[in-house]
Design a protein around this ligand. Structure first.
Ligand code: SF4
Length: 148
């Protein structure tokens, strides 16, 4: 029952950790009516306390570091972190910048990387579907560091 409900209602909290907004637009496109992720119960929520999955975009800037950690800590367990885009995965074009800490995994643990600059909405959709497929096996996925 717990697994069923977890797979049927994976709620997302979206965090722009320093993105240029390109990846954010692709996430919104994945959730919009054309692909309609909500038919699988996937929806955006405004509070980390209601979320199962934290979906991050962009490199972590100095300014966002504390907000990223605090948001992550407020999500109840079990929780998953999905990074969308090259910047969030490795720093991308902002790598070694004086103002960023490069990838999100330098600040919080990441379960799944969806590379691209930006990745297509279908790739975002596929990443979430892959996470749900692993969850539906009844075991919590060990995706640490998996790259699509
Ligand atoms: S991966 Fe590309 S689109 Fe996404 S935040 Fe970085 S520069 Fe922008």
């Amino acid at each position: 029952m717990v697994t069923w409900s977890r797979v049927k209602s994976p709620w997302l909290i979206h965090m722009n950790t320093g993105s240029c907004n390109g990846c954010d637009i692709e996430i919104l496109t994945a959730l919009a009516p054309k692909l309609d992720a909500e038919r699988y119960g996937v929806k955006l929520v405004g509070s980390p306390r209601h979320a199962d999955i934290m979906i991050c975009t962009g490199p972590v800037t100095d300014k966002m570091k504390i907000a990223v950690v605090k948001t992550y800590e407020q999500i109840p367990n079990p929780k998953f972190v999905v990074v969308v885009g090259s910047c969030g995965s490795s720093g991308g074009i902002y790598k070694n910048s004086y103002i960023t800490l490069d990838g999100v995994d330098n600040v919080i643990p990441v379960d799944l990387y969806i590379p691209g600059c930006p990745p297509k909405p279908e790739a975002v959709f596929f990443g979430i579907a892959m996470l749900l497929e692993k969850l539906s096996s009844g075991k919590l996925p060990d995706l640490k560091g998996e790259i699509l």
